[in-house]
Design a protein around this ligand. Structure first.
Ligand code: BG6
Length: 487
């Protein structure tokens, strides 16, 4: 009889912690030689549902460059982590974090993106952050590119639309691997690489005047450049620091057919392929056949150089990291996923509740996704973002009773544990925004994810003081018990 013990819970060295991004926390946008980034020219949204982050034009950039304030551009101020990092990391340590995900702002290291010599002050800032983490036994998990790049590369060569950006990027990545050798064990190349099909935030390319087909051409070409750049970075990383691990990062959108009608099932399958295509390339090392068909049918003709395919093959990742927030459903009536403006396009699922921002909450979807991705790729998986964006209320005695956040996280951790028992190899779990930060999609401060409340409002007013929410002690207990105590 075949019998093998199933895992009973999370691995002993499971990486519990939280995740952030430079442009959402650091602030200090014009200090110590840092250059202006693409994230810092995107205006804040007018409402919760205004997803204007990608509608950037030459005119709006010129207006942003002329504006020397952070009033309309909250990503310039973040939560001032640049000057609060010691206090913040200490709080993470108090929760027992094993890992802390940050991203490096390329424009801190190379302010214009194309210099030969790095900005020493930029490297030094992250030296300090990493050594602060290590002081508490926290492993830094570092994203090399998280939704931003030096604005100069947009102005000069339209960001990732240009092949030249690959060279600029590999100079940047080589600098990082050399400088942080032995200091950073876990790297990731591009945050949510699939968001590139949504435009500026991923591509750093202005394409607002193009029609849909032209946009598809530009964005998939930009993506190809990122695939090559990512594969080259993987090779550099392995050569420079063989002890480090480097992964890709996907925004996973679990997707279901709306009905058992095979037409809907097929529509959902295509939707899923359009989500997993990125990891097919980065984990398996080649473009899947179904994408060749998709490109042909959608008028996309990728320009590749002779050795691109080999580079991609030789640059497969060590692990697959992903964000998971929600699921969606697809039917033949759904907005055709021909060319998604939002990778989260889909219909309302009547069985699920939604967050205040309309994101469909689906913990079981996380277990399904983990199983599907493990079956498909057989590389370690790493949940590097999950969480609930909500409007929290600070009471008069400085408490935040965020039981809704605890419920959300508990249910996801429970399902994650089920997936581990199913046999999925899982490296860790990093909640998004362990400290409140600026929202990526709307630049709001009021969309809060943290265990730690930051006193700052959407207009940037507040003391910036940090307060522990109820979820702070809860997460501390979860980590101390390695995910056993979830109540
Ligand atoms: C992910 C991004 O898409 O979702 C983060 O990697 C982002 O940068 C997070 O902050 C949550 O999205 P939002 O729009 O609520 O900040």
């Amino acid at each position: 009889m075949y019998s093998k013990n199933m895992p009973t819970g999370f691995a002993k060295d499971f990486l519990w912690g939280g995740a952030t991004a430079a442009n959402q926390i650091e602030g200090a946008w014009n200090e110590d030689g840092k250059g202006l980034t693409t994230a810092e020219v995107v205006k804040k949204a007018a409402t919760h549902h205004d997803l204007s982050m990608n509608t950037v034009s030459q005119e709006s950039i010129a207006e942003a460059i002329a504006d020397k304030t952070d009033e309309m551009y909250p990503k310039r101020r973040g939560i001032d982590f640049y000057h609060h990092y010691q206090e913040d990391i200490k709080l993470f340590a108090e929760m027992g974090f094993k890992a802390f995900r940050i991203s490096i702002a390329w424009a801190r290291i190379f302010p214009k993106g194309d210099e030969k010599e790095p900005n020493a002050a930029g490297l030094e800032f992250y030296d300090k952050v990493f050594s602060e983490c290590h002081k508490y036994g926290i492993e830094p998990v570092v994203t090399i590119s998280h939704y931003e790049m030096p604005l100069n590369l947009t102005l000069k060569q339209n960001g990732w639309a240009s092949r030249q950006t690959i060279d600029n990027f590999t100079h940047y990545t080589e600098t990082l691997f050399q400088h942080y050798k032995g200091v950073v064990k876990y790297w990731m190349t591009f945050n949510e690489i699939n968001a590139i099909t949504g435009g500026f935030t991923g591509t750093g390319a202005v394409d607002n005047e193009l029609n849909l087909e032209q946009k598809a051409q530009l964005r998939f070409q930009a993506l190809h450049h990122q695939f090559v750049a990512s594969a080259l970075a993987v090779q550099q990383c392995h050569a420079i620091d063989p002890n480090a691990k480097i992964g890709c990062m996907l925004a996973r959108a679990q997707n279901y057919p709306k009905t058992p009608n095979p037409k809907d099932v097929r529509a959902a399958q295509l939707q899923d392929q359009l989500n997993l295509f990125y990891t097919d390339v980065q984990v398996r090392g080649e473009y899947p056949e179904y994408m060749n068909r998709y490109f042909q049918e959608n008028g996309v003709a990728l320009q590749m150089q002779a050795d691109d395919e080999q580079i991609i093959k030789n640059g497969t990742v060590d692990y697959l990291a992903f964000s998971y927030y929600m699921s969606s459903i697809t039917s033949t009536d759904s907005k055709p996923e021909k060319f998604a403006d939002s990778f989260m396009a889909g219909e309302k699922n009547p069985y699920l509740e939604t967050s205040d921002w309309g994101w469909q909450i689906d913990p079981i979807g996380l277990r399904i996704s983990l199983n599907e991705m493990w079956d498909r790729y057989r590389v370690p998986l790493f949940v590097v973002e999950n969480g609930l964006g909500a409007e929290d209320k600070l009471t008069d005695d400085y408490q935040v009773h965020d039981s809704y956040r605890i419920d959300y996280l508990r249910q996801h951790i429970q399902q994650m544990k089920e997936a581990v028992k199913d046999g999925v190899q899982l490296m860790g779990y990093l909640t998004w925004g362990p400290i409140d930060l600026i929202s990526a999609s709307t630049s709001e401060m009021s969309k809060r994810y943290g265990f730690i409340y930051v006193d700052q409002d959407d207009a940037g007013q507040g003391t910036l003081k940090r307060y522990k929410k109820d979820s702070f002690d809860w997460y501390k207990k979860v980590i101390a018990s390695n995910g056993e105590e979830l109540d």
